[in-house]
Design a protein. Sequence first.
Length: 210
Amino acid sequence: MKKLITATTVVLSALCSTVSLAAEGDVGVEASMDDRYCTTCHGAEGIGNIAIEAPRLAGMEAWYLKRQLENFRAGIRGTHAEDIQGIAMQPMAAKLSDESIDDIVGWVGEWEYVAAEITVDGNVNQGRTAYQSCASCHGANAEGNEALGAPALAGQNDWYMITQIKNFRAGFRGAHSEDTYGSQMLAMSKTLRDDQAVINVVSYINTLQK
Ligand code: HEC
Ligand code: HEC
């Protein structure tokens, strides 16, 4: 909790300085540009920030990015009382207009894809076996599948994927009655037996590249 408060304070002060900078000039900037505060938490060029547990956005599929922003905005994601990181993100999306979301999706699409740094070291062989049941949706190389609504996992921050899988397993994410895609993933997350199985499958995903 303490960590979260510290992170929030850092973010709020960073946001305030952004606002005062914007006030000094930039008269011709469109209103939607004001909503480009994402890098404050997600890191410069959207490469992810482990201190705030905000994942990499650079390289994310446009359709997935849009759906997550809409789901956060609608409270379909990030409203479960125990979804600590989701609750940090939810208000960031709550005030976005459709125009802002389109602007952000285009903006993020300009960032260069950089694979995230590897931070876990589980059993890759066991992870490979477990991943076979994930491949039907996320793709053999974890490249994602738009038709099934399953995002790419290759190159994403491993610490973030671990939190997400645990959150799905615990019902902190994907349990909202309108979360059509999240509920599918919630069911699938139950096939991973324990925390070690989660670490193993993510360690295998780390070996795959986009
Ligand atoms: C206060 C810090 C903060 C700010 C500012 C912020 N985010 Fe986030 N964001 C987070 C955190 C923390 C998470 C992880 C949520 C979770 O674990 O479910 C997240 C998650 C996300 C996700 C989900 C990624 C995925 O793989 O499902 C998207 C998309 C996202 N943010 C986009 C944005 C965009 C776009 C902006 C700017 C409009 C933004 N965020 C601003 C903290 C922030
Ligand atoms: C039935 C199809 C399906 C299968 C099988 C499946 N997933 Fe998913 N997964 C999804 C969908 C759909 C989403 C997006 C949920 C959303 O929109 O919130 C998702 C989301 C995720 C996320 C969150 C990504 C992010 O950026 O937030 C992770 C991590 C993940 N899956 C890992 C796995 C792993 C590991 C397995 C195998 C044990 C697996 N999935 C099996 C459909 C599937």
